[in-house]
Design a binder for this molecule. Structure first.
Ligand SMILES: [Zn+2]
Length: 290
């Protein structure tokens, strides 16, 4: 199973740990000021989805996860706390073989958080083992069948994960990691969601975390809306041109432009027939349809 977990809590930060941590801090922290712990983010064993990372993929993920923050919502007060990965390492245990017969290899990360009043409870939960399992989100560029090497995202080769073909159990091999999105503690230990979250997106052509999918959909929708309002406000401009302009904007710019153009478009297209009786309860935006 690809679930990550806390390997060791309350590490004593060594000198080189502090040097690495202080690369990410605004001012140098002392050993007393930081809480550090070790987590296994993922490994090369087949997970419950019938997927596994290629060993080289773990090396790339080790790079990608360095410096990444994990966000944790404390169950009691819902205050958001975060820890940052300051070091990663790929460890291979040659005495242990995976179900595919490869030496067991795992990606281990060291994370820190400043000791503050606000995260005492979280630290206690990590120390006591209540917070143990972590989930990890990443995207990969390649997902192939372990039996025939077919690209799993483009065609169905007929091989089924978990089935045995000529003595070899079929799985999907993930490699070429593109990005590491997030890592976080799973609220309830041992729940099924623990582990590596990957989702397949046709548009992006790679696996994405759920948050990334939401982000992309939000952007698509906002781009679409912006282009629509653009052509209403400026009828001489083709929708394709407007869309291209919107696509080049940052999220903040896109929101700003969408808002401005929506207001402008509303001036061009009456929200409701001029003679209609205005209903106070109806928000101006709700009546706007084209
Ligand atoms: Zn196949």
């Amino acid at each position: 199973m690809q679930s990550g977990y806390v390997l060791k809590s309350a590490l004593e930060p060594e000198k080189e740990d502090l040097a690495k941590i202080n690369r990410y801090t605004r001012r140098p922290f002392t050993a007393e000021e930081v809480y550090t712990f070790k987590v296994v983010l993922c490994d090369n064993e087949v997970d419950r989805d019938g997927e596994r990372f290629a060993s080289q993929a773990l090396q790339k993920l080790a790079e990608l996860f360095r410096g990444k923050s994990g966000i944790f919502n404390h169950s009691m007060d819902a205050a958001t706390q975060s820890a940052r990965i300051y070091d990663t390492k790929v460890e291979t245990d040659n005495s242990r073989k995976t179900s595919c017969g490869e030496p067991y290899t795992r990606l281990v990360a060291k994370a820190y958080m400043p000791r503050t009043q606000g995260n005492q409870d979280l630290i206690l939960e990590i120390d006591s083992g209540i917070k143990k399992e972590v989930s990890v989100g990443c995207s990969v560029g390649s997902a192939v069948c372990s039996i025939c090497g077919a690209d799993r995202r483009r065609k169905d080769c007929g091989h089924v994960n978990g089935q045995v073909y000529h003595g070899q159990t079929c799985c999907t091999v993930l490699s070429d990691p593109q990005d590491a999105y997030e890592w976080s503690f799973v609220a309830v230990p041992a729940q099924r969601e623990a582990g590596v979250t990957k989702s397949w997106s046709k548009a992006a052509g790679k696996f994405e975390s759920e948050d990334a999918v939401w982000g992309r959909k939000w952007k698509e929708k906002l781009t679409q809306e912006t282009a629509k309002y653009f052509t209403i406000a400026y009828p001489g401009i083709a929708i394709e041109t407007a869309r291209k302009m919107a696509q080049g904007l940052s999220p903040e710019e896109l929101e700003q432009v969408e808002k401005g153009l929506r207001a402008e478009a509303n001036r061009h297209v009456p929200l409701e027939p001029q003679l209609a009786v205005k209903k106070d309860s109806v928000d101006a935006d709700e009546g706007f349809r084209i």
